[in-house]
Design a protein. Structure first.
Length: 241
């Protein structure tokens, strides 16, 4: 799992906007003030929702769920978080087409990471960790107790290619089932929902063999309830209550 962050960069990553045109020049003090106000509003919007750095989304590619980033090798944790928030509505739109309640609800669960991070176990995608109320002990990471039946964990994902293309990735789901559900998976049911909402596979369900790599990988952490945890640098501080 590559969790390293770059602390500096010479050129900030930037998403290129297309189909943008400058407003025609206006004359007169009133028009000048109006234009200044509009420009200020645009800049403020960019600062609030996109920058820093100046991440400018191209309308037509955004509708398709794709963004473009300059200097992807210099992507910082902040850059990754801004990209994630920009792409998230499109990701959720795709996931909910699966008809799975968790695909719609996981964003209401507790988030455990401060920013997306690359995961080698998930194809070098950037991922985020969420858990429902029954998975609350996950917040203790390596010191967590065994999670109870009904605990659910979700990892949504997106890819940033070496060419700077950004697009949604699968939604990875884990649900702790009743004892005896599947000894090999530690009674976890793994599901993988693709960005278009199709079900790639599910433990003891459709495409079962296509998600055995999930249980095989997690079985290596049998002493931790077959759970892996995010890099320490990305862990959000948890309440001691």
């Amino acid at each position: 799992m590559d969790s390293s962050e770059r602390d500096g960069r010479t050129h900030a990553p930037r998403i290129a906007f297309g189909n943008t045109k400058s407003a025609p020049p206006k004359t007169g003090s009133t028009r000048a003030r109006v234009l200044l106000f509009l420009l200020s509003a645009i800049i403020l919007t960019l600062l609030l929702f996109i920058a820093p750095p100046a991440l400018l989304a191209q309308e037509d590619t955004l509708l398709e769920g794709h963004l473009q980033v300059d200097n992807p090798a210099n992507l910082t944790a902040l850059d990754a978080e801004l990209l994630y928030q920009r792409l998230l509505p499109k990701m959720i739109q795709g996931y909910i087409l699966s008809g799975r309640p968790d695909a719609r609800n996981y964003k209401r669960w507790t988030r455990y990471n401060s920013a997306p991070y690359r995961s080698s176990q998930h194809g070098q995608r950037f991922i985020n960790n969420y858990g429902n109320d029954l998975a609350a002990d996950y917040a203790f990471f390596e010191q967590a107790e065994q999670l109870p039946e009904g605990a659910r964990l979700a990892k949504d994902s997106f890819t940033v290619t070496s060419a700077g293309t950004v697009f949604p990735g699968p939604l990875f789901l884990m649900e702790k089932m009743a004892r005896g559900f599947n000894q090999a998976s530690g009674d976890w049911r793994y599901s993988m929902i693709m960005p278009d909402g199709s079900l790639f596979g599910e433990t003891k369900g459709v495409g079962d063999k296509q998600v055995t790599f999930c249980s095989d990988c997690h079985a290596q952490a049998a002493n931790l309830d077959q759970l892996y945890f995010l890099p320490p640098a990305y862990r959000l501080p948890q309440s001691e209550d």
